[in-house]
Design a protein. Structure first.
Length: 286
């Protein structure tokens, strides 16, 4: 297994200062959580050994560090055999390209993550900004997966249309849609919305499905195994990968892993191997 989506953060505020403004939790609550329950390699590697997880993709934790990727890059430098990096760059800033250019010769960068809000029209104007376009171009040239996440607001069609348009504009760029572009209940087929179906033929778009999807599906009364069976039928197992979202999701890690495995019970052995590890291994070059 490979955990394609885990957040690392340290209680060492002196060496790794935090910036918790606009986090999903009140700043005092999040500060206490990071201080008392850090997610470090020292904590996770023994758990991975116990649970049969070979490696993970460390996703920059914006709630704690925003776009200061220092801790994640240090973690990967020390544990490159097990941990890859998905750094966050600000798509609204043209200078983000220069930041990436400075990092690549000396740091282990595995993927770029772009994140922001959906606007009132359900679109992602920041993903089409000049700064973002420069990062799309560089991701394609450097063969770095470009991972996209956004905070949802209905309607969502415009957001997914924008992702499709940009994937067509940069046909050699591997795109990864975090949390499967969000899943829902109303009007969905086992959790997949009609918007998702429009992504079927965009072969360069892969998907992470995480504990956020598991929890949302459970809340909608949708069985996760039926959801995953449908998703594999639509996109193919080679475009789907499991991630825990641990560090952001605060449930015990063993339970998150168990939920992920249980959701594969309607898949074939080959499909299960792809979703739980091989897709992430290929996309993130592990």
């Amino acid at each position: 297994m490979i955990d394609a989506h885990i957040h690392f953060f340290s209680a060492d505020f002196a060496h790794y200062p935090v910036d918790m403004r606009n986090a999903r939790e009140p700043e005092a609550v999040m500060r206490a959580r990071v201080l008392n329950a850090p997610v470090t390699p020292e904590k996770m590697l023994p758990l991975w050994e116990k649970m049969g997880i070979r490696a993970g993709i460390g996703v920059q934790y914006s709630g704690a560090y925003k776009t200061d990727n220092t801790y994640l890059l240090d973690v990967a430098q020390a544990h490159w055999d097990r941990i890859r990096t998905e750094i966050i760059l600000n798509p609204a800033q043209v200078q983000s390209r220069s930041v990436l250019q400075a990092l690549l010769p000396t740091k282990r960068v595995s993927a770029i993550r772009l994140t922001g809000f959906v606007d009132g029209d359900g679109d992602l104007p920041w993903l089409k900004s000049p700064g973002a376009q420069a990062l799309w171009q560089m991701a394609q040239a450097e063969k770095l997966p470009l991972c996209i996440t956004y905070l949802r607001m209905d309607p969502r069609s415009a957001a997914l249309r924008t992702v499709c348009e940009l994937a067509d504009r940069y046909p050699d760029c591997q795109v990864v849609l975090e949390h499967l572009g969000w899943t829902g209940g109303t009007g969905s087929q086992d959790g997949l919305l009609p918007d998702h179906m429009a992504l079927k033929d965009h072969e360069t778009i892969a998907f992470k499905w995480t504990s956020l999807n598991v929890d949302a599906l459970a809340g909608a009364g949708i069985d996760t195994a039926n959801f995953l069976r449908t998703a594999v039928d639509v996109f193919g197992a080679s475009r789907l990968m499991w991630g825990s979202d641990y560090g952001n999701t605060t449930r015990p890690y063993a339970g998150i892993v168990a939920d992920g495995i249980d959701a594969t019970r309607l898949l074939s052995a080959a499909e299960r191997a792809a979703v739980l590890g091989e897709t992430a291994r290929r996309v993130f070059r592990i």
